[in-house]
Design a protein around this ligand. Structure first.
Ligand code: PMP
Length: 389
């Protein structure tokens, strides 16, 4: 069977493949510690689960409006106006099955063949994949280790061309945990305004910040009308399997997004949306507790990795990932990731899963218990110590 040419250009998210590989190894009886996948290890808070159960019994089992249930769009508008610090109306909110489709829709709606999209490198692999899929050129914007895992706004300005349509960035970031400062965002905003560009701000980790503040670029003057804010429930409320995300859109994009939603998924699960409204409007203590626990684990893993010869790890300010440089081991990130899985039963990702800048890195997710992280650190040490030069 012949596939369409565009299938040559679609990428993937290797985290899912690595998880399958680790699971396959586990099925043979090996004990594997999972530090590869980007999801909180906590259960969805009980009040949210109860709301979903009640919603099922109350008959929220039918199709809903393409853009989302009014009660949830309203709750998102209230929450986002408060947390992201710009006025959000429920009309600008669209609800999607997970936040990932927002990348798809944004690129499909805005970018033509032959145009350019600037995206973070290392960064979430779907930005590059989708850009290439639509026949556009993905232009990598390096995130620098020596610059606290942040971008250089001057470099961004130099990458803009006549064909640039969209700038994508992600703060706090996957895979580095880096958090952009207000000044970084002001400078990105200045570039976007000067060249009349749209920004896709991936704020999925916006609540998981340990130092400093999370600033939404949409709150800066002149930016709400050119920013697509991507956010969702997967990370903040440990709801990855529910598939619930949302975008806050400039008004002009609401109808195009609605078309794309109707053409692809019709709408998002109704009872899940009722539960999502409870997530936003109900108590937030479990979120606060989860972030506190992630912070303790961050320090555990950063200190532990830095104590291993040949490994050098910055202390990121957000999300639940670290992206250590492993060049001191004499191996590439991909080689070390393989060795760790097969020789020590520790599953991590090769840095190149997030772009070529990641060649000498591995990505470690610390969304696992402190006991497992300690065990993993010991295992990593036992593999790496004999290698260190
Ligand atoms: N953006 C980033 C940077 C992510 O890491 C992820 C999930 N790994 C998403 C978006 C998508 O989240 P969701 O599960 O809501 O589709």
């Amino acid at each position: 069977m012949r596939l369409a040419d565009r299938m040559e250009r679609i990428g993937t998210e290797t985290a899912f493949e690595a998880a399958a590989r680790a699971k396959a190894l586990e099925a043979t009886g090996r004990d594997v510690i999972h530090l590869e996948i980007g999801e909180p290890d906590f259960d969805t808070p009980a009040n949210i689960r109860t709301a979903a159960q009640r919603a099922l019994d109350d008959g929220w089992t039918h199709y809903g409006p393409a853009l989302g249930l009014p009660v949830l769009r309203e709750a998102i508008a209230i929450d986002a106006s408060h947390r992201k610090r710009f006025p959000v109306s429920s009309e600008q909110v669209v609800v999607t099955p997970g936040a990932k489709p927002i990348m798809f829709y944004a690129i499909l709606a805005l970018v033509d063949e032959g145009e350019e999209v600037i995206y973070p490198d290392p960064g979430f692999p779907i930005y590059e994949s989708m850009t290439q899929f639509v026949g556009a050129t993905a232009v990598p914007l390096p995130m620098h280790q020596e610059h606290d895992l942040r971008l250089d706004p001057d470099e961004l300005a130099r990458l803009v061309s006549k064909r640039t349509r969209l700038i994508i960035f992600n703060s706090p970031a996957n895979p580095t945990g880096g958090v952009l400062t207000r000044e970084d965002l002001e400078r990105i905003a200045a570039v976007a305004i000067e060249h009349d560009l749209v920004v896709l701000a991936d704020e999925i980790y916006g609540r998981i910040v340990y130092e400093g503040e999370h600033v939404s670029i949409a709150s800066l003057p002149g930016m709400a009308e050119r920013t697509i804010v991507l956010d969702g429930f997967s990370k903040t409320y440990a709801m990855t399997g529910w598939r619930l995300g949302y975008a806050i859109l400039p008004e002009r994009l609401v109808t195009p997004f609605s078309r794309l939603i109707i053409n692809s998924v019709s709408c998002t699960s109704s009872f899940s949306q009722i539960a999502a409204a409870e997530a936003l409007l109900g108590p937030q203590d479990e979120v606060v507790e989860m972030v506190r626990e992630f912070r303790t684990r961050r320090d555990l893993i950063v200190d532990g990795l830095n104590a291993i010869p040949g490994v050098s790890c910055l202390r990121p300010h957000g999300a639940f990932y670290v992206f250590p440089d492993v060049s001191g081991t004499g191996l590439t990130g991909a080689e070390l990731a393989d060795k760790l899985l097969y020789e020590a039963g520790v599953s991590v990702l090769a840095g190149t899963a997030f772009g070529q800048v990641g060649r000498n890195h591995i990505r470690v997710s610390y969304a696992n218990s402190q006991a497992k992280i300690r065990d993993a650190l010991e295992r990593i040490r036992s593999v790496v110590s004999p290698l260190a030069v």
